[in-house]
Write a protein that binds this ligand. Structure first.
Ligand code: FAD
Length: 611
């Protein structure tokens, strides 16, 4: 099954009506028709003997141009037609700011609104999951699924030439892939992206030596996106997984259906209650309920249903089914900051000019090309040792964490592993570049091209809990950004490193008169302090929350076991980004698809054993 060659805009949508939906008997009920929910629905419904229901709170919007046209992605943020538009609670270390937490509220979930960047965790990062107590979840077990979810489209000769790519840097191991999601490097990357890559390489970073999908992601290179190269349209859970399966009689998807709680028969999950167009309904599940509402709402739904910390359930008058203090904890996110700089050749941000947008939309529709047919397409992953060279010349990463911040015997299992990743082959920081002309209309930064600088291995852990028993109220999201100061210190140094990058040829040729703010005086402490102040104002989410229903042993903070079954109950699994025990390096969607493909196999093999 692959993303159909037919343009999604001409494909049939098959969403059932409420009467059909509630009159049917289902084996599995899936909560959330987002990235994960649609993958597991599509895989389980391959068996015609299984009746599958999916409830999605958002609308279908299958042919929506904002979802399809790549560079329009930021225009969906904050728009309630697509985005839940959550806010965090005020963040102490971000000057008390309450930060945006955008999440897709539409069929396809966050895969419908995300920025399509396609990068991979390192081998060590994946092995860390197994080391945390999850048997069968090491790199060797997960990698086959990184291949299974996608069809890799080789870059054009022009792109290879532009970036001097050889076979080793273009996902060569994916050549035979034929999965549902289309991936490939944007075909119209230009001199700015090329010179971003060259500048990082000139800062002593050798090009990536092996295929990134195989677990080595350090250095600067053009990154793939989840895009259909024929149409230059987004490839996502709807086009890749749902549409090709939507004619199956055993798969029913109901949109605008907000799940309010999971129903239990004693400790057995027996169905779900939901609201559709203001009316309350319930359906039952013969074999199980699969919770795929994402890292923000899966813990919320567990708590609303009576699974969570005793004090939270008691405070909000929720009848307990199972007390588990780990629900909603372990929240991890990549925090990032930005460094805008004025372009050498001033250009007009396309979104400030409706005529330009109209022309670009027409060009995109007619020729699958033009300025809207790409988004962020290059990345540099830089090691902690290189980042530290900005302030601590001659030092390497060894002991930075323990000598500066945490004595070695005070490290938790997770912190020990993060330290190993930082000192090993991983990167502490991801750098991206967004060209000036694609600047989102909502961005209130100083303008120009923008370097985006993301912290890959945060030590801070936050939480998400219900703030009331009202299922329609937003949960309280507290990422506790920078509550562990190591992350702030690494990101501050990374910001200084970014400033050096924009003054390094040939990226420097794209800059007009940028004044150094962090690396001008030669006084490292003054520069560092200025960088810390910048972070207070300009640090925010990269939209990668994970970990709030962690797959871990119960005594180590787990909510689900390594078969993704919720501890203490029967017939309930969580299958989405909330089960990640440890946030991966880079953009997480590849791992979300892979984890859910693997989870689908686990569920199916369990069924075989029962028959
Ligand atoms: C703006 C943005 C940009 C991003 N950019 C990138 C990127 O470039 N690369 C990358 O790798 N990752 C990116 N990500 C992250 C990536 O998209 C997510 O990690 C991934 O899609 C999460 O999948 P999920 O299945 O866990 O959750 P989701 O895809 O969010 O699915 C959850 C679904 O559950 C539904 N739901 C929630 N509550 C209920 C309820 N009560 N009843 C019914 N339905 C409910 C939601 O509406 C949603 O459809 C980005 C995310 C965002 C938001």
């Amino acid at each position: 099954m692959t993303d159909s060659a037919e343009s999604p805009s001409t494909q049939k949508i098959n969403i059932v009506d409420i009467d059909t939906f509630v009159s049917h008997a289902y084996d599995f009920v899936i909560i959330g028709g987002g990235t994960s929910g649609l993958v597991v629905a599509s895989r389980l419904s391959e068996d015609p003997n299984l009746q599958i229901a999916v409830l999605e709170a958002g609308k279908a919007k299958v042919n929506d141009f904002r979802i399809k046209v790549l560079a329009l992605a930021p225009s969906m943020l904050g728009n309630p037609e697509y985005d839940w538009g959550f806010k965090t609670v005020p963040q102490e270390h971000l000057g008390g700011r309450a930060e945006d937490q955008n999440r897709g509220k539409v069929l396809g979930g966050s895969s419908a609104i995300n920025y399509m960047m396609t990068t991979y965790s390192t081998t060590e990062g994946l092995d860390a999951w197994e080391k945390l107590g999850n048997k069968g979840w090491g790199a060797k077990n997960i990698k086959p699924y990184l291949h299974k979810f996608q069809t890799w489209n080789c870059p054009s000769e022009e792109t290879k030439e532009l970036f001097e790519l050889d076979k080793t840097t273009v996902e060569s191991s994916l050549d035979a892939s034929d999965g549902p999601i289309q991936t490939g490097i944007y075909k119209n990357l230009g001199p700015l992206e090329r010179d971003f890559v060259k500048a990082f390489r000139n800062m002593r970073h050798s090009p990536v030596r092996t295929d990134p999908v195989n677990g080595v992601s350090r250095g600067a290179y053009p990154i793939p996106a989840t895009v259909n190269p024929r149409t230059a349209e987004r490839s996502y859970a709807v086009t890749g997984y749902y549409l090709p399966a939507s004619n199956r009689c055993n798969l029913h998807v109901l949109t605008e259906a907000h799940v309010t709680k999971i129903l239990f028969d004693d400790v057995h999950a027996s169905g779900v209650a939901f609201i559709h167009h203001g009316q309350a309904y319930s359906i039952s599940a013969k074999q199980g309920v699969i919770l795929s509402a994402g890292a923000i709402q899966s813990p919320q739904i567990l708590e609303l249903s009576g699974i969570g910390p005793a004090h939270i359930l008691e405070q909000h008058g929720v009848k307990p089914i199972v007390i588990n203090d780990n629900v909603g904890e372990n929240l991890q996110d990549h925090i990032m900051t930005i460094l805008p700089f004025p372009p050498a050749q001033p250009d007009t941000p396309i979104f400030s000019n409706p005529t330009l947008v109209k022309q670009a939309m027409e060009e995109h529709a007619k020729t699958a090309s033009g300025p809207l047919s790409k988004f962020i397409g290059t990345s540099a992953f830089v090691s902690l040792t290189d980042i530290l060279s900005v302030t601590e010349s001659g030092r390497d990463a060894n002991n930075f964490v323990t000598s500066h911040f945490l004595p070695i015997d005070a490290l938790s299992n997770q912190q020990r592993l993060i330290r190993t990743l930082l000192e090993g082959s991983g990167a502490s920081t991801q750098f991206l570049i967004l060209p000036s002309y694609l600047r989102p209309p909502s961005s209130n930064n100083e303008g120009g091209h923008t370097l985006v600088i993301g912290l890959m291995h945060p030590f801070s852990r936050g939480n998400i809990h219900i703030g009331s028993s009202d299922p329609l109220a937003a949960p309280l999201i507290d990422p506790k950004y920078f509550s562990s100061p190591i992350g702030r210190e690494i990101l501050a140094r990374s910001l200084m490193y970014a400033e050096n990058a924009i003054h390094t040829a040939p990226l420097s040729h794209h800059v007009a008169g940028h004044e150094r703010k962090f690396t001008n005086s030669g006084d490292v402490d003054t520069g560092l302090q200025a960088a810390r102040e910048h972070l207070k104002k300009w640090a925010k989410t990269t939209y990668h929350p994970v970990g709030t229903c962690a797959m871990l042993p119960l005594e180590e903070g787990g909510v689900v076991d390594s078969d993704l079954r919720v501890y203490g109950v029967m017939g309930l699994r969580v299958v989405d980004a909330s089960v990640f025990p440890l946030i991966p390096q880079g953009n997480p969607q590849t791992l979300v698809y892979a984890v859910v493909e693997k989870a689908s196999d686990i569920i199916k093999s369990g069924l075989k054993m029962e028959t």
